[in-house]
Design a protein around this ligand. Structure first.
Ligand code: FE2
Length: 417
């Protein structure tokens, strides 16, 4: 007797094929995947050929600022820098309860839409380290239904204030999963380079992952990605290192961009693009032509680099919109990066699932495979293309073998004759 049996599944495979199978779950793990399972289960769901996928992965979000839209004021210019100013004011009023309540509400909102793996940045530029402490407590509070990684993110720069370097080291000692950075926002280019070296030093000292906000600016002279790549090559840490945003890569001249791609091929760096937010934040100083402000996703993917998509912000000083739906993210990425070929569309889906899992370094426990933890979602869709095009409803969310959430697909009725 199994705990849960899913009948008539169309199971997505990494090779782009779809298998018609039944899936049995026992004690929180995938027990059997076979064309037809006869043994009974405590709970059986007939999926009637809906799509089964591993859960969505949110590889880049800021849970500490989520759901603070308008507090204390709206970002009228829409720029990254006004967002940082507003957040500087808002974060004076952070409390553990405030951050935890908003973070858990956001995680639930995402989990109900099929997101069960999340990497969040926590601002560690304040002496109290409240945002980090709160998210570490949330990581523990939600572990029965979602996996949360927390990055120690020095929003104001590691060298932007006298205490900031000590604060990020303290954050590592407190248990952050990854070291973050923001080299393009440091006071000088030299400080930016120094900050990247410091990040690698901390990651090696505490044996943690790295996720750097890197070159999130339209300045074609912002070139910290090459510093990250050089450190990754020398340290051998490549697959444990992520370069987030890298929007300046979209502004580099091709002579430099092609040279850089050659350098990147020598690493196993992960890249995260955040198309919803960067299509609105970037290009703000341009008249026309106006740049798209997203990194070279298609080219990195074509070179075999691991690229994932993140939501980045949900209703905060940098991005006033967002519902946490990763199919919205994939759709915007598809449009902005012009990934409209069939393999490219499928890749956009993979950038919010398998590729995100690789970025988070959780591939060993991710995927709908026998023996792995039973984390999966059911989409009211035929395939990846259909799921993205219609922002398909996530009908069922199964977390660690348990039914976590259900959603009914909207249904329209035509009344005119
Ligand atoms: Fe970010």
């Amino acid at each position: 007797m199994y705990d849960l049996l899913l009948r008539q599944c169309r199971l997505l495979q990494t090779d782009r094929t779809i298998a018609e199978v039944d899936i049995a779950i026992q004690q929180g793990a995938i027990a059997v995947i076979a064309p037809h399972i006869t043994e009974p289960a405590t709970l059986e769901l007939d999926l009637q050929k809906q799509l089964v996928s591993p859960p969505f992965v949110e590889s880049h979000i800021h849970l500490d600022s989520a759901l603070t839209i308008g507090e204390p004021r709206w970002n009228e210019s829409g720029t990254l820098f006004e967002g940082i100013e507003i957040w500087r004011d808002r974060k004076q009023n952070l409390s553990l309860d405030d951050v935890k309540t908003r973070a858990i509400a956001t995680l639930k909102q995402q989990a109900m839409q099929g997101v069960l793996f999340v990497r969040s940045h926590a601002d560690v530029s304040e002496t109290s380290l409240i945002a980090l402490q709160a998210l570490l407590e949330v990581r523990d509070a939600v572990k029965a239904w979602t996996t949360l990684q927390v990055v120690a993110f020095p929003q104001d720069g590691i060298y932007g204030g006298a205490q900031n370097d000590d604060l990020i080291e303290k954050a590592m000692a407190m248990g952050a999963d990854a070291v973050g950075g923001i080299p393009h926002y440091e006071l000088t280019r030299e400080d930016g380079v120094k900050s990247v070296h410091r990040i690698f030093e901390l990651a090696q000292k505490y044996d943690r992952l790295i996720d750097i906000h890197c070159d999130e600016i339209d300045d074609d002279q912002s070139r910290f990605l090459e510093v990250v790549a050089a450190c990754a090559i020398r340290s051998g840490m490549g697959s444990r290192v992520t370069a987030s945003h890298t929007t300046a890569f979209g502004s580099y001249n091709n002579a430099y961009a092609f040279k850089l791609l050659g350098l990147l091929r020598r690493t196993e760096l992960n890249f995260i693009a955040n198309p919803l937010i960067n299509i609105t934040l970037q290009g703000r100083t341009d008249t026309y032509p106006k740049r798209r402000g997203v990194t070279r996703v298609k080219e990195l993917w074509q070179q075999g680099m691991n690229v994932s998509f993140g939501h980045d912000c949900i209703q905060d000083p940098w991005y006033s919109l967002g519902t946490g739906n990763m199919l919205d993210v994939a759709s915007m990425g598809l449009h902005v990066c012009q990934m409209t070929g069939t393999a490219e569309i499928d890749a956009c889906y993979d950038m919010v699932t398998w590729h995100g899992a690789k970025t988070l370094n959780v591939s060993d426990r991710y995927g709908v495979e026998v023996g792995k933890p039973a984390n999966l979602i059911v989409l009211d869709a035929h395939d990846r293309y259909d799921a993205i095009r219609r922002r398909a409803t996530v009908s069922y969310v199964i977390s660690q073998g348990r039914l976590l959430a259900t959603t009914e697909a909207p249904k329209s009725v035509w009344h005119d004759t």
